[in-house]
Design a binder for this molecule. Structure first.
Ligand code: ZN
Length: 285
């Protein structure tokens, strides 16, 4: 599932495609409903008709396309890639690939296609005022690559929880953008055992986690994202970060730090990989 680095790479690809300051000339959607959660029920695609396009931004794992409606209202199209969602820029009139669910054509310019084979993703359109107030963006925690994020902020938001630290880091309200891959990588880099209760971590562990989170995310972005199976950038390209992962996807293989075999586990229904030697459970983190 795309996490912050993958979504950031898609955003950068779309930003390079120069899609802003154009008028939307037509919108097409498939008959198949996207498999959507509570946020996505109120789909208001019609707001995009004749809207003028702005920049692509990112919040956590969401792409946010800013637009201005024909009535000059600030709009946002919030795109969640789910498992297999892809946003690609196509030539005008290009054939729709299989599993295309949404096509937005720009006057005198290209088309933007949203494809999603498994349909766990979605597109949610509304005024920015409403998106900031409710909906998928409203409850997100700080951006880990922003100045607003530091060890104290992380500990303040997650440090009172009795939940395992990995669950706390996966909670988008604590910090935005992390999923199974980068949480596993950050915990390993920081030497913190994934199932340690967050409330028991010392300030030094929060410091190491904060640095590690930033490091693994920056590396992911630099490497064009992680493609384990489905992720592709906005030009259909695969990421390269999978070969740089220290633990995720490497259960049973030797740890790159200590050489002991890595341990794969499932906790609360989500998978992770840890090194029991580099991330010892008994030593207080
Ligand atoms: Zn190790």
């Amino acid at each position: 599932m795309p996490e912050l680095p993958e979504v950031e790479c898609v955003r950068r690809g779309l930003a390079r495609a120069d899609l802003s300051s154009k008028v939307i000339s037509s919108i097409w959607r498939s008959d198949l409903a996207l498999r959507t959660g509570a946020f996505w029920r109120d789909e208001r695609l019609h707001l995009l008709e004749r809207a003028r396009t702005g920049e692509f931004e990112r919040r956590g794992k969401f792409l946010v396309w800013r637009l201005t409606s024909a009535k000059k209202e600030a709009l946002g199209a919030v795109i969640h890639l789910g498992m297999t969602g892809r946003v690609t820029v196509c030539a005008p009139g290009a054939e729709r690939a299989r599993h295309t669910h949404l096509e937005i054509a720009l006057a005198g310019g290209p088309c933007i296609h949203y494809t999603d084979a498994r349909r766990f993703g979605g597109v949610h359109v509304d005024t920015m005022a409403l998106l900031d107030e409710s909906g998928p963006l409203a409850s997100l925690g700080p951006e880990p690559l922003s100045r607003a994020f530091n060890a104290q902020v992380l500990q303040d938001r997650g440090g009172r929880s009795k939940r395992a630290i990995r669950e706390v880091l996966l909670d988008q309200r604590v910090v935005a953008g992390l999923g199974n891959i980068y949480v596993s990588e950050a915990l390993h880099l920081a030497g913190v055992p994934p199932l340690a209760p967050a409330v028991e971590l010392r300030a030094s562990a929060w410091e190491r986690l904060c640095v590690a989170i930033r490091d693994v995310l920056r590396q992911g972005v630099r490497n064009g994202g992680t493609t384990l199976r489905d992720y592709r950038g906005s030009r259909g390209e695969r990421g390269r970060n999978q070969s740089a992962l220290a633990v995720y996807g490497r259960a049973g293989q030797p740890c790159t730090t200590c050489g002991k075999n890595l341990h794969g586990y499932v906790h609360a229904g989500r998978s992770g990989v840890t090194c029991r030697s580099c991330q010892p459970v008994r030593r207080r983190a």
